[in-house]
Design a protein around this ligand. Structure first.
Ligand code: PFF
Length: 452
């Protein structure tokens, strides 16, 4: 046991960890999912609840996950086993793994669309649509073509394998350091363009004008689900990434930095996309296709738009990769720690599993679009089930574990390592013990009750 603990890889630098963890958090969830979920759930009122969820629930839970990871130096299943041997807590890690496979499966499908749009930007197809309807039709016809979506889903998964198989420092950290700063630069460029479009004011109004009449339990659940999803919480990514941290790292500072970057990028993506949505005459409630229909139109209208389109879809692909690799890494660390597989074997097999599970999601916009469970297609079901149910439930158990099951002195010692001045421990512990489980639980339960 001791041997595997000592030989565990660690991040090369503090910045390397922050960029890798922010890379996990910042992804399709910010740029693709956040704008359309916000658009479907009433705009500003959603935004406020979302921010509250990140600050009051997200950051405390991220601190807990990092602490669990660093204290145990294990994957999520092994972490609970190590800290609480001979108990059922490891099941939280098992559920986390299952959640991770499901997320990765459909995440890779959307990321595949992104890769396809990248290729089509290079050939000029993406920026050749004359109007919004044409862009919308091009999107629908693309997502309903089985061969293409499955192929690109495969290509994307392959890219993830390429990174993860090179290890934590040599793969995940190395690529995050190059890719994350580039992403930020491009986003600013897009925002500048979006807010200078004629008619863009409507979009900003939509984003920043409160309409609290839209508030209901659905909106609450969506905002909370989005917070867990966007911060990569509730399934063990931060446990796994925390397990590669050294004792000098300040866990709270890291959690706050990562959450701040993530929230900032989500809001910036909203600012990049809503002005364009309104300026181009789309509905903010267009759903998962929003980014893929709106941005091509914006690019078509620009001088040198093709170059921007190429850059944008390259960066969206990159954002997706840095998140997807974190999901894959959770499974790989489980297989290497617990099953003693080699990293390359673990990477290939786990990616293959997620790929196969993703195929029905890829097909659910085309040949399998009639196949519905609880009224949702396979893709929507995978998304709803993971973001709105499994991640929050995982979050509740992680909070209960850190707050009640784990010895208070042990948690405190873990959080103080690298942060001896820690001032907020007494506040944090009550957030974790009471606020997080009660608030998340209440939102989940009220959502199960019949509505109306
Ligand atoms: N946080 C990622 C995003 O916003 O795109 C997606 C994600 C990664 C969700 C890892 C959950 C997760 F565990």
């Amino acid at each position: 046991m001791q041997v595997s603990t000592d030989s565990r890889e660690t991040w090369g630098s503090k910045l390397g960890f922050v960029l890798a963890a922010a890379g996990s958090a910042i992804g399709l969830g910010n740029i693709w999912r956040f704008p359309y979920v916000l658009g479907e759930n009433g705009g500003f009122a959603f935004l406020i609840i979302y921010v509250a969820c990140v600050l009051l629930i997200g950051i405390p839970i991220m601190g807990a996950e990092l602490a669990i990871g660093r204290a145990s130096r294990r994957n999520p299943v092994g972490a609970f086993r190590e800290l609480m041997p001979k108990s059922a807590w490891f099941l939280v890690g098992v559920v986390g793994l299952i959640t991770g496979v499901i997320i990765l499966s459909y995440y890779s499908v959307v990321a595949g669309w992104t890769v396809a749009y990248l290729v089509n930007s290079v050939t000029g197809v993406v920026t050749s649509h004359a109007n919004a309807d044409a862009a919308g039709e091009a999107f629908s016809s693309f997502v309903s073509s089985s061969g293409k979506t499955v192929l690109y889903h495969f290509v994307f998964m392959f890219l993830c394998v390429f990174v993860v198989y090179q290890g934590v420092k040599g793969g995940i950290e190395r690529y995050s350091k190059i890719l994350m700063p580039t992403l930020l630069a491009l986003l600013f460029l897009l925002i500048f363009r979006a807010v200078t479009l004629p008619g863009s004011g409507e979009g900003l109004k939509f984003l920043f004008n409160p309409d609290f009449s839209k508030l209901n339990v659905d909106v609450l659940l969506m905002a909370m689900g989005q917070a867990f999803y966007s911060l990569s919480l509730g399934m063990g990514v931060m446990i796994t990434y925390g397990s590669y941290l050294d004792r000098q790292s300040n866990l709270f500072e890291n959690a706050t930095t990562v959450a701040g970057l993530d929230m900032g990028i989500a809001i910036l993506s909203g600012i990049a996309i809503f002005p364009a949505v309104f300026a181009m005459g789309f509905e903010p409630t267009a759903g998962p296709g929003l980014t893929f229909q709106v941005l091509p139109m914006v690019f078509s209208a620009l001088p040198a738009g093709q170059i921007l389109a190429i850059l944008f879809f390259a960066l969206l692909t990159i954002a997706a990769i840095t998140s997807a690799i974190s999901l894959l890494e959770v499974m790989v660390s489980f297989a290497t720690d617990e099953l003693h597989w080699t990293r390359s074997r673990a990477t290939f097999i786990m990616a293959a599993l997620a790929f196969i599970l993703g195929v029905p999601s890829a097909l659910s916009f085309g040949v399998w679009s009639d196949f519905k469970i609880f009224g949702l297609g396979f893709f929507d079901l995978s998304d709803y089930l993971t973001a709105n149910i499994l991640l929050p439930v995982g979050g509740i158990f992680i909070a209960i574990f850190a707050g009640w099951a784990w010895k208070r002195a042990a948690v405190e010692a873990e959080l103080r390592d690298g942060n001896p001045q820690l001032k907020f421990f007494n506040i944090w512990i009550w957030f974790i013990r009471i606020l997080a489980p009660v608030a998340v639980g209440a939102i989940l339960i009220s959502n199960l009750l019949p509505k109306g």
